[in-house]
Write a protein that binds this ligand. Structure first.
Ligand code: ACO
Length: 400
């Protein structure tokens, strides 16, 4: 029997069923837990979305209060985690690396790591979701040489994240923009980091390991690492326009031609599944308009959309068969910059949102109870002949 055809990058391969989100890459439609993204993301609180993903329905008022209380009670991180983050800050490690290291230490507060009952797993899911913002915010404060801020159990998840970063309660517009962002990225089909978490938990490993693996995957520039460079591109093009006295669009065009013509990639554009505009870009685009207009300064938003238009034209001309459109990362950068975050916080904040999806997938995979184990087609030599090292003239690498 011949081997089945190899599908490089598993593109288009169905690996499981999920009720969590549906990505229609041809129509450009994203459904989360049965709701169109456009309805859910700008209206729901993050805790409501978590309830939807974990329990398959929106909460009642009392259920929401209960979940909020539970999560708020799980926000503090243990002393050894803070010590480790302090050591990482001394080395000025990137925030995404510190997040990965910090989350790994959360096993220290697991009362009984050998307990794999569904109650114990649900507590771990809530614990890691509640604590990721604390790990990120604590690290950022340490990195800036400031004292970490204790979580505030009286305010919701998104508001508390901003509070721990800044040391003061954020404006409601900023909280709403952040909440729309974390709702938008909470889940997205079988993306690389989600798949990674499912592969790990499918061996009946543990929830912390699965989330740590997912963070490692998200860190890569082809997945969650793009928003920083996307925003840097806009700043760089503005800088060049100021230096040359040319129009921003003219500079954007020569910049885009340079990158794509040289075989490079423009961050914030292109997607494995979407061959039309990423619907998340529109939801975040609308949230960004509100945020920037509310602040009374739309200069960066205007620059970004002008650069976007030009880049899309250049990509359509230079890669005509590829249908490369704006993806979620482009507007992520704008929103997160707009709420006052440095670019080093963009990917970690993606993790703050996506952990809701990772943990829901982890629970689905535990229920599926089937280890993920694909195959590879062997392309190496066969029938090599062993020879002792002293008799080996060419490293013993001859075929038989
Ligand atoms: N800029 C320039 N060219 C691009 C881009 C881009 N952003 N994206 C794809 N291409 C080109 C490739 O160079 C390639 O061209 P070629 O065949 O002429 O060599 C062609 O399009 C196909 O590229 P693939 O890598 O095979 O396409 P894939 O489906 O794997 O791409 C990916 C998806 C990795 C996201 C890609 O579009 C990319 O690298 N984008 C930039 C990084 C980015 O924004 N990542 C965030 C994605 S969203 C998320 O993960 C949350």
């Amino acid at each position: 029997m011949s081997d089945p055809k190899i599908v490089s990058g598993l593109e288009g391969v169905l690996v499981t069923e999920t009720r969590l989100s549906k990505v229609d890459g041809t129509a450009g439609v994203l459904t989360i837990g049965g709701f169109p993204l456009e309805e859910l993301a700008p209206n729901a609180t993050y805790e409501e979305v978590l309830h939807l993903l974990w329990y398959d329905r929106l909460p009642t008022t009392s259920e929401l209060d209960e979940l909020r209380g539970e999560l708020a009670g799980l926000r503090t991180i243990p002393e050894p985690t803070i010590d480790l983050l302090t050591a990482a800050a001394r080395k000025k490690l990137p925030t995404m690396v510190a997040l990965r290291m910090g989350v790994d230490t959360l096993t220290l507060i697991d009362v009984d790591p050998s307990d794999i009952s569904s109650e114990a797993d649900m507590l771990r899911v809530k614990s890691v979701t509640a604590r990721i913002p604390t790990v990120v915010a604590t690290y950022r404060r340490l990195l800036e040489g400031e004292k970490p801020i204790e979580p505030n159990a009286d305010i919701p998840h998104a508001a508390n994240y901003l509070y721990m970063l800044k040391g003061e309660e954020a404006h409601p517009d900023a909280v709403r923009a952040l909440e729309t962002y974390i709702n938008t990225v909470v889940d997205h089909g079988m993306n690389n980091s989600t798949f990674t978490s499912r592969v790990i938990i499918s061996t009946r490993s543990d929830i912390v390991s699965a989330v740590v693996g997912a963070i490692g995957s998200l860190k890569g520039p082809l997945h969650g690492g793009a928003p920083g460079p996307a925003l840097d591109m806009v700043f760089e093009i503005r800088k060049r326009a100021e230096a040359s006295g040319k129009d921003l669009k003219e500079e954007a065009e020569s910049w885009a031609r340079e990158v794509v013509g040289g075989g490079g990639r423009i961050m914030g554009f292109g997607h494995r599944v979407y061959k039309v505009r990423d619907p998340r870009a529109d939801v975040l685009g609308r949230a960004a308009v509100k945020l920037f207009e509310g602040s009374g300064d739309t200069a960066l938003y205007d620059d970004a959309t002008a650069v976007e238009d030009v880049v899309l034209d250049v990509l359509a001309e230079l890669k005509p068969d590829r249908s490369i459109k704006t993806n979620v990362e482009f507007y992520t950068a704008l929103i997160l910059h707009g709420v006052g975050m440095e670019s080093d916080l963009f990917s970690p904040t993606f993790a703050v949102g996506r952990v809701g999806g990772w943990t829901a997938h982890i629970l689905e995979q535990i229920a599926e109870a089937r280890m993920i184990r694909p195959r590879a087609a062997y392309s190496g030599e066969l029938d090599r002949v062993w020879s002792p090292i002293e008799e080996r003239e060419d490293g013993g690498n001859r075929g038989g």
